[in-house]
Design a protein around this ligand. Structure first.
Ligand SMILES: [Zn+2]
Ligand SMILES: [Zn+2]
Length: 241
């Protein structure tokens, strides 16, 4: 499925000092392209695996390709002296190269759908990843202090607010939704009542993924957190936080 030649041709062009005079920028862009090629061809192999496609591995690698070619790299390139047309070619060719893998993955994911609520102890719940069935969102019982009331702590993809506590009547509502086992209703409730929503849910494909199956990119300006974006394994990007 994967035709690496447009990307390898581009890589070979960029390895020429006439194209990218700065040696550091040249080495960086060539090795980044090699990493992207490796991730896409790995995803391709995982999808071709017999007797059945390894969806988890393919999705891990497409998410990885999105991460490697993501915002921070594009920002780094924009600050280099590489011509804009070359940068656009790199982005366009990478997007085009990954597309057949992503389409196939999307098709397999429609059939798979692992998103369910798993009960994990007395007041602990997990919304599972659509790809691997692993932990995408966890809800666990905790107390801020030994004498304070129990809270439900919800996990997040954010690097800043990793866990979000929910207490009082909201917690009661949420627990009863979790007990009913309807993941869609829980996600809708979180989006309605929580400032951070439910960031493990991709609004475009309406699926929930774990950390392994998202490309999570935090952008920092020194110690200031600018933004965090999550790209799902089929290439939809949304802001976290
Ligand atoms: Zn997963
Ligand atoms: Zn998506």
């Amino acid at each position: 499925m994967f035709d690496a030649s447009p990307l390898t041709d581009l890589r070979d062009d960029l390895a020429d000092p006439a194209m990218v005079p700065d040696a550091i920028a040249r080495t960086a862009i060539v090795s980044r392209l090699d990493d992207i090629i490796a991730a896409i061809s790995g995803a391709d192999r995982a999808l071709d695996k017999l007797p059945r496609a390894d969806i988890a591995e393919a999705a891990r690698l497409t998410a990885n390709a999105y991460y490697i070619g993501g915002r921070s790299w594009r920002r780094q390139l924009a600050e280099s002296d590489i011509p804009a047309a070359t940068l656009m070619a790199v982005h366009e060719e990478s997007t085009r190269a990954i597309e057949p893998m992503v389409r196939e993955l999307e098709r397999l994911l429609v059939a798979a759908n692992h998103t369910t609520i798993r009960r994990d102890g007395e007041l602990e719940f997990v919304i599972t990843c659509a790809v691997c069935g692993g932990e995408a969102v966890t809800f666990s019982r905790a107390r801020a202090h030994t004498d304070s009331p129990i809270q439900l702590v919800v996990s997040s993809l954010s690097p800043v607010t990793v866990f979000r506590p929910i207490a009082g009547p909201r917690m009661k509502d949420l627990v009863s939704l979790l007990e009913r086992g309807n993941a869609g209703a829980v996600i809708a409730h979180l989006k309605e009542t929580q400032p951070g929503g439910c960031d493990a849910h991709c609004p475009t494909c309406d699926r929930v993924y774990c950390r392994t199956h998202y490309a999570v990119e935090a952008q920092w300006s020194g110690s200031w957190h600018e933004a965090t974006h999550a790209t799902c394994p089929v290439g939809h990007d949304h802001e976290v936080d």
